[in-house]
Design a protein around this ligand. Structure first.
Ligand SMILES: Nc1ncnc2c1ncn2[C@@H]1O[C@H](COP(=O)(O)OP(=O)(O)OP(=O)(O)O)[C@@H](O)[C@H]1O
Ligand SMILES: [Mg+2]
Ligand SMILES: [Mg+2]
Length: 485
């Protein structure tokens, strides 16, 4: 019997807000332990939660970006459990009335080659709800210390349907979801800081059947690559168990990305173990049309939509769009350049940005925001090349200097003597006549209608001009002379 894998992901995304979910104390990372706390975070007697509007805005925006239905009314529930990371002994979460329902994440699977677009799919979401993050336990050799700085940070849980079929699809899903959250300004999704965390639920079933198999939940997958590796490993493990005649038990396993192994943590608790009940301290939240529309207006175009637009409007090749659209600042920079240089120059502009600008930025350890080269500079350089005033090799040099100084490309070309030589018209004409005379075969071909035969004359002309002739002028002069022959 052949088996297929079924995967559902639970992704926790910390929302980037100034303060915590139910109190005004600051949210943040990397502070002295237990400095971002107050009576609400520490659950001191009498402390009461007050909702953070910015966090609600962010989750509604996330829902709109992913095409979810925003529930007109949602409520808060207590998820009860005892563990030192939660001083209240419960977590405020949303159980049966989450704020976002349905929706999907668009993914792209790997293409046949790097420069070929892969298949696109939409992975349906079950829900997105809002909850508060818990504290952090730091385990020492003989004791464990608890830090409540993270406790109470607004946290979204994005739950997918069991609809992913492979480790690669899970990888593509996380890449796309992460980009969407960053684009929307909802989270920075830095996995090293725990801003995005993923649990993977995995089961297998015989191909052709629809009933879901028993799932195993993988935890502690702390990079997107580890999620992919962990899932691939777990699918293999489950198939191995079945092959040996065993059965899969529902459990939570810990995957160690460094060693590529997993071990059982616990057999999985059921929802009733948490004794969910509505939080009596918090009112349900009503989201009306005006609230939704205000946030809809703030929703940016998503990377895949942008990529389709770049390919259609600017005729850009897939590879170039892939290098641009996943970084919203970079694609904004590109579009500003195109606005100045013109859509016909989009590909040239894109190449300068993706290759030369990015190379110089990473060599200098700088970010795009503080690059001295602005879109106007790139557009000006593209225009100088197009007009024939500078040649490509010179332009490369100009770019490097432009990056270092922020000077205009024309000024750099002037002072560094990098302009294509302002060839004397009579001299250029003579070079062209000599080149035509030296190649009677190409002349015959050109006269017979083979336009590309003109290229045979250009090399000798450029050689005579020591590489500094304006190629556009060379082309024009040759054509003028040829037409008269
Ligand atoms: N048989 C299955 N095989 C693979 N994935 C499954 C299966 N059943 C459920 N899933 C996936 O498991 C996830 C369940 O997440 P959900 O948050 O609803 O429940 P939970 O994991 O029990 O709760 P908790 O948030 O307390 O961990 C979903 O992403 C769902 O698609
Ligand atoms: Mg869950
Ligand atoms: Mg879970």
């Amino acid at each position: 019997m052949t088996y297929e894998a079924v995967i559902g992901l639970e992704v926790h995304v910390q929302i980037k807000t100034a303060s915590k979910m139910f109190t005004r104390v600051a949210a943040g990372y990397g502070h002295e332990p237990n400095t971002l706390t107050d009576p609400v975070v520490l659950a001191l007697p009498g402390a009461l939660p007050v909702m953070n509007k910015a966090a609600l805005d962010a989750i509604i925006k996330a829902g709109l970006l992913l095409g979810c239905e925003i529930a007109p009314v949602c409520k808060w529930d207590r998820k009860n459990y005892f563990y030192p990371d939660s001083p209240k002994n419960y977590q405020i979460s949303q159980y049966d009335q989450p704020i976002c329902l349905g929706g999907s994440v668009e993914i792209e699977l790997p293409g046949a080659a790097r420069n070929i677009m892969g298949e696109h799919k939409r992975i349906p979401l079950t829900r997105i709800h809002l909850e508060e993050d818990v504290g952090k336990l730091n385990h020492g050799a003989t004791d464990s210390l608890v830090d409540y700085n993270r406790a109470g940070t607004p946290l979204m849980e994005v739950v997918s349907d069991p609809a992913l079929a492979s480790a690669d699809e899970a990888y593509a899903y996380l890449t796309s979801l992460r980009a969407t959250m960053i684009y929307g300004g909802i989270s920075d999704c830095d996995m090293e800081k725990g801003q995005l965390r993923c649990d993977a639920n995995i089961s297998v079933r015989p191909v052709g059947t629809t009933k879901l198999g028993t799932k195993v939940e993988l935890k502690n997958l702390n990079s997107i690559s580890f999620v992919r590796d962990g899932i691939a490993h777990e699918i293999k493990r489950q198939l191995g168990v079945i092959e040996r005649g065993g059965t899969i038990v529902q459990e939570t396993r810990d995957y160690d990305g460094m060693t590529g192994t997993s071990q059982s943590l616990r057999t999985k608790e059921e929802a009733h173990d948490y004794r969910y009940f509505p939080d009596p301290d918090l009112m349900p939240v009503k989201v009306d049309a005006a609230w939704k529309e205000r946030l809809r207006a703030e929703c940016p175009e998503l990377p895949f939509d942008k990529q389709r637009r770049f390919m259609a409007d600017y005729q850009l090749p897939y590879t170039l769009t892939s290098a641009l659209v996943w970084d919203s600042a970079l694609s904004a920079y590109f579009e500003e350049t195109v606005k100045i240089a013109g859509a016909a120059k989009a590909q040239a502009a894109g190449n300068w940005i993706v290759n030369d600008l990015q190379r110089e930025l990473s060599a200098a350890g700088r970010s795009l925001a503080d690059a001295r080269v602005r879109p106007g500079h790139v557009a000006a350089l593209v225009q100088l090349i197009d007009s024939g005033a500078v040649l490509t090799n010179a332009a490369k040099e100009i770019f490097v200097e432009m990056f270092a100084t922020g000077d205009e490309p024309a000024a750099i070309a002037e002072r560094r003597g990098l302009k294509a030589a302002p060839t004397d018209a009579g001299e250029l004409e003579q070079w062209c006549r000599d080149a035509i005379a030296a190649s009677p075969k190409a002349l015959t071909e050109f006269k017979a209608g083979k336009d590309s035969a003109i290229n045979a004359f250009k090399g000798p002309v450029m050689k005579a001009a020591k590489g500094k002739a304006n190629p556009k002028l060379v082309d024009e002069t040759l054509r003028r002379l040829l037409a008269a022959m």
